[in-house]
Design a protein around this ligand. Structure first.
Ligand SMILES: [Zn+2]
Length: 393
């Protein structure tokens, strides 16, 4: 005889609420914040498919690790996972980690006082150490990537040096499986150095945990630098100047995406090595505080920098692949071909038309816009791969 124990109504309601908080809420937030607008997608010719299959592709910015979604996938939510990136023929993906975002986040002005990530961390069942420590949030997301790599049968390879990158690319070339299952090479970034919690030693901690790139600021001014979306929008702090030198000494790439104009200029004046702007647009095709002026593009070229062009509305004032191509064309016209790359901001609380597995649409848009094959190869990934091979430690 089976005895069914009845759950008291109150307990049942509490359990249902807890279950929805811990499982439904992260799924809902992910699905509603990382939308795919297929209506802006474009038809792809056989020529574009054929060319795309021969490209060495790289992208400078993906926030997949923030979400309660399997790293390997495939998931139906958001824009990427390793499976979808592989289907899109992505060889190298920089995976960012997000540690603190303000309530009511906007491009104009945000205070550092509020934080959305605490609740997301609790709802997504992250370990309790991440509730209070934003450094631990970066390390936890980095760990997620490492755990996925360990179980991936070689389909995900995290690299931490130029020689590891070259070896991983060679292994990818020798891959025997289907084209759409080729390994994806990952590099760890953190978005905003609030993650060091005001202590320069934590640059060493991030480095020891495999981080090879870090943005100085994210949506608010922090202990290191002013944000383009902060309150004071100041330059580098004294700690920020020490941080930049420490990062360069270790071979960690400095990412100026989201930096205030003052922090951007001071960092470039101080930098002894090329920097990156991992994701953004150009003001010439999309005005606003998120995007680069022509003067900034010229300054970046003089520094030897790499500039990632984003796929979302805030970067390109649209989401059509043709809007991406327009911004890339302008960046090349001003900065020069070798300085321009992809910086999608996939899964960065963005709406895009092109997901990891439909990246061929960008190749199509570049062909439609009259780019030469050599230009397409450079922008789609050869520039990024060459840059990393030289500048990773
Ligand atoms: Zn960002």
């Amino acid at each position: 005889m089976i005895r069914i124990r009845r759950v008291p109504l109150v307990t049942g309601v509490v359990l249902a609420l807890l279950a929805s908080f811990f499982f439904a809420v992260p799924v809902y937030v992910d699905g509603s914040m990382n939308r795919l607008d297929r209506s802006e997608g474009i038809a792809v010719t056989q020529r574009a498919h054929d060319l795309h299959a021969t490209l060495a592709i790289g992208d400078l910015h993906d926030d997949l690790l923030l979400w309660d979604r399997g790293v390997m996938g495939p998931s139906s939510r958001g824009h990427t996972d390793v499976t979808r990136l592989a289907r899109g023929n992505v060889a190298v993906q920089v995976f960012s980690t997000v540690t603190k975002t303000p309530k009511g986040q906007n491009y104009e002005r945000n205070s550092a006082a509020t934080d959305n990530i605490t609740l997301l961390a609790i709802a997504s069942r992250w370990p309790p150490r991440t509730y209070r420590s934003i450094l631990q949030r970066a390390l936890y997301q980095g760990r997620k990537l490492e755990e996925a790599e360990a179980l991936s049968d070689g389909r995900l390879m995290i690299v931490r040096s130029g020689s590891e990158l070259r070896n991983a690319l060679a292994r990818r070339d020798e891959w025997k499986g289907d084209a759409g299952t080729k390994p994806v090479i990952g590099i760890l970034n953190t978005e905003g150095l609030q993650a060091i919690e005001g202590r320069i030693e934590n640059i060493d901690t991030l480095f020891a945990h495999g981080f090879r790139m870090a943005g100085l600021a994210h949506f608010f001014d922090n202990e290191v630098a002013g944000s383009a979306h902060g309150e004071a929008k100041g330059g580098l702090t004294p700690l920020g100047r020490d941080v930049l030198r420490r990062m360069e000494d270790k071979g960690m790439l400095v990412d100026l995406a989201h930096s205030s104009p003052a922090a951007f200029a001071e960092a470039l004046a101080l930098a002894m090595k090329p920097v990156v702007v991992s994701h953004g647009g150009v003001q010439a095709t999309c005005a606003g505080p998120r995007n680069l002026t022509d003067d900034q593009l010229r300054a970046l070229a003089a520094n030897g920098a790499l500039i990632g062009i984003g796929f979302w509305d805030g970067a390109i004032c649209g989401s059509s692949p043709h809007d991406i191509a327009k911004a890339i064309r302008h960046a090349i016209d001003i900065a020069g071909l070798e300085h321009v790359a992809l910086g999608s901001d996939w899964d960065g609380a963005t709406t895009v038309a092109v997901s990891g597995d439909s990246l061929v649409q960008v190749t199509q848009a570049l062909l439609d816009s009259g780019f030469t094959e050599a230009e397409i190869r450079a922008v789609m990934g050869e520039n990024l791969i060459r840059f990393l091979a030289i500048h990773l430690p």
